[in-house]
Ligand binder design. Structure first.
Ligand code: GTP
Ligand code: MG
Length: 435
């Protein structure tokens, strides 16, 4: 059910039920997103099938008529365009049960994948670090475990009660055995992650203690431009891709040009509507970087027609990880794609009226990036305090460090050393006032 497509073009169709209470706009936006997700997985979506129903069909998600219509399309009887090859897959825009998937597969005659599985597959493919790989696996196993019983039933009596396989206690069914294995594997992975977390936490606190750094995290919907902004703000080479969920690991860099105080910038995993719950939980440790930040930059793709809905999703996920109290600046990105200069200005006025203190920008414009840089520095500057430091001549090697971590307002010297009136963070100043 989960073969991956690499290299060769694969064709797919998208299908969805529109339930009462779901507006046309919302429904269309969700379908467009599922098509993007399918594209990210390497499929070309050639047709979208939709159906209004009061509820999902309990046996096969879509009604019989729609299933027949899709089967006919897949069989080629209704394909007008001969350039379309074989349809390999039907993507459905909801989470469905294994039996619904199986019945739908039988009726339409090709593989079916639901929205949750699509997201899992993308995360699985994009996970690079050991931590991200383990997190995706935990989430996927968590999704599979409760479904095992149903899958075993579908596999028939053999799948349910095959005897003689190693390690199984007397009377233990195949499903129970699999469940136990999954539980063990999840526990093992969680231990691995916990060990990595400890390492990451010590690294993080060491980093902050050592330098008394302020930190900001880039958060937001997938593809909003977080990594692009990270690059622009820190002069680093992080991965930027026009794909969903390009980033799964948190990267941390220093704001550049350097400021007083020094600011750490971290890039985080993107959010999406109906992000499978297991993924939110699994990526919590990655997202904790956002929780620890003193400031969140909530990046929004302003050129996406569904940006308001995406903004709400991000707010909701942030609330889920208890990050709603962290101060935040909303950054409406990609305005260069909104329309001509006049439309862009009108759009900006509208956004400013609705979201006071927001930043409207394009990551492609140097001046806009500089404005964002200024806003970040200004946020941290209000916490700076002034102090007078005495630096004996014998401690002059600290001079460079003080000049780079504090703003030096005045300097006087006498026989014993230099008096510096400086402005800096409490943490940094505490370090020097003991001199
Ligand atoms: N036109 C335009 N394109 C942009 C802008 N910012 C980013 N992009 C493009 O948007 C796409 C996604 O950018 P990323 O920075 O990878 O987005 P992300 O938010 O990190 O995405 P995930 O890692 O998937 O969550 C890339 O193709 C970027 O080149 C912008 O201001 N204007
Ligand atoms: Mg990214």
């Amino acid at each position: 059910m989960q073969t991956e497509v690499k290299g060769k073009a694969a064709f797919a169709v998208v299908a969805a039920v529109q339930l009462p209470g779901v507006s046309d706009i919302e429904f269309e936006a969700s379908l467009a997103e599922l098509r993007d997700l399918s594209k990210t997985l390497g499929y070309k979506v050639v047709r979208t099938f939709t159906q209004k129903r009061t509820a999902f069909d309990t046996s096969a998600y879509l009604g019989l008529g729609k299933r027949v219509e899709i089967r006919d399309f897949i069989n080629g009887s209704e394909v007008p365009d001969s350039s379309i090859g074989t349809i390999d897959r039907v993507f459905v825009d909801h989470e469905i049960s294994p039996s619904q998937a199986r019945n739908l597969e039988n009726d339409v005659g090709c593989d079916v994948m639901d929205r949750t599985m699509v997201i899992f597959s993308i995360f699985h493919r994009n996970a690079r670090s050991r931590a991200a790989k383990a997190q995706v696996e935990i989430a996927r196993l968590g999704y599979m475990a409760p479904r095992l019983r149903e899958m075993a039933k579908l596999a028939g009596p053999q799948g349910r009660q095959r005897s003689g396989t190693g390690g199984r206690g007397a009377g233990e069914s195949h499903t129970e055995l699999d469940k136990r294995r999954i539980r063990d594997r999840i526990a093992e992975l969680q231990q691995e992650i916990a060990a990595m977390d400890v390492e990451r936490k010590t690294q993080r606190s060491r980093r902050q203690e050592r330098q008394g750094l302020a930190s900001v995290a880039l958060v937001g919907y997938t593809n909003a431009g977080k990594s692009t902004l990270m690059r622009a703000l820190t002069g680093s080479e992080v991965l930027v891709e026009n794909k969903l969920f390009a980033t799964l690991d948190t990267t941390v860099r220093t704001l550049y040009p350097e400021s007083v105080p020094h600011v750490l910038v971290s890039d985080t995993v993107g959010f999406i509507k109906n992000l499978p719950h297991g993924l939110v939980a699994s990526f919590k440790s990655t997202l904790e970087e956002a929780l620890d930040a003193s400031l969140l930059l909530h990046v929004i793709d302003a050129s996406d027609p569904g940006f308001e809905r995406q903004l709400e999703v991000t707010d909701k996920v942030l609330a889920e990880i208890s990050a709603e109290t962290v101060p935040r600046i909303r950054v409406f990105n990609k305005v260069d794609q909104v329309g001509d200069a006049v439309i862009q200005t009108e759009f900006e006025i509208m956004l400013r009226a609705q979201y006071p203190d927001c930043i409207v920008m394009s990551a492609r414009r140097i001046d806009d990036v500089a404005t964002l840089h200024k806003a970040i520095v200004a946020f941290f500057r209000k916490d700076l305090i002034e102090a007078e430091l005495f630096l004996p001549w014998s401690a002059q090697k600290l001079r460079g460090e003080i000049f780079s971590s504090c703003e030096v307002l005045e300097e006087r010297a006498d026989i014993e050393g230099a008096f510096l009136r400086v402005r800096g963070t409490r943490g940094v100043l505490e370090k020097y006032t003991g001199l």
